[in-house]
Write a protein that binds this ligand. Sequence first.
Ligand code: COA
Length: 380
Amino acid sequence: MNSETIEIRKGLAGVIVDYTAVSKVNPDTNSLLYRGYPVQELAARCSFEEVAYLLWNGELPTPDQLTEFTARERGGRTLDPMVKHVIDGLPTTAHPMDVCRTAVSVMGARHPLAEDSTREANMEKAIDLFAAMPAVVAYDQRRRHGQDAVEPRDDLSYSANFLWMAFGEEQVPEVVEAFNVSMILYAEHSFNASTFTARVITSTLSDLHSALTGAIGALKGPLHGGANEAVMHTFDEIGIRPEESTEEATTRAKAWMEDALVQKKKVMGFGHRVYKHGDSRVPTMKAALDKMIAHYGRPELLGLYNALEQAMDEAKAIKPNLDYPAGPTYHLMGFDTPTFTPIFVASRITGWTAHIMEQLSSNSLIRPLSEYNGQEQRSL
Ligand code: COA
């Protein structure tokens, strides 16, 4: 091949590498479908459990299927004592994403079906992880505060139980609903960096847990899932002052943004590789954030939020992505900022594993080419 005719697509931007039936991201119509259903409708009408079932099975569950599936998930919520032991051995200064990645790795090494990559075995592993991740995320946050683990409750939904294990208190329905919405919105987004990582690892015929540890590593980065944590750092840098008025918060946020733009900073929570006219998930998550702002009585946060969004739009016409409203929502619920991306992991486990199973159903080793631009051949 002549080097003049070679087109390098940095970051694989715009490259279609395979088919997928899991989800459809359409930036032109600003829509996102999970197995054909608009994500906004799923968020409005379904539980996260139903959406997980949909992603894995291609159809929403019947009432009987949901009962069976829910029982299976509720039966797997307890933190494996060995996983807890390993977490306890990690410093409390370790990033929660590193804890998450380690926990998944331990769960993989301990899984009775570890080396079995049939669809049946992978479905078992996926449901086990789906059920167990909230306990990992919740316990890791608690141990940083010197608190004990809270035992799961099998009379609560996935989202209600997640919050219960994190805070040791039952949350009101509005808060549970906002959390459920976030879990649904985070569940799946086609060939994003972490999902693609999982598919690359799977394509070598490695196992599901290995693919997921790689995916968690990819998600940790601030250009990907780590952005929800980074958004909160921006808010903290500007300063969250619950006592101040919306107008005061707006003025300070605008000043921060002007400075950030002069310094050519990347403002986390804005921009997207695929959506260039706005992220289809933002309006639904923003509505959930609005409810949380009203519930917790924190209008100054809305001042910060709106001011940054407006300033970014005026300066660069770059729109917020899902991480922008999700970060402050988790903050209001009481999660520590470094716990935000692990919550994303607990959700995205569903999408990742759906892709792993899809990859295996028509596998081809993923191995692209590169164009060498180093030293010409030379002799020692
Ligand atoms: N803040 C400031 N400028 C931004 C920006 C942001 N968040 N996102 C994009 N831009 C600017 C870039 O600086 C670049 O400007 P230039 O052409 O003058 O150099 C232009 O927009 C294109 O950005 P680029 O990074 O090349 O686009 P991309 O498609 O490769 O990147 C992201 C997409 C997500 C990596 C990028 O928007 C980003 O880094 N966002 C912040 C992190 C984030 O929120 N990630 C979560 C994504 S869901």
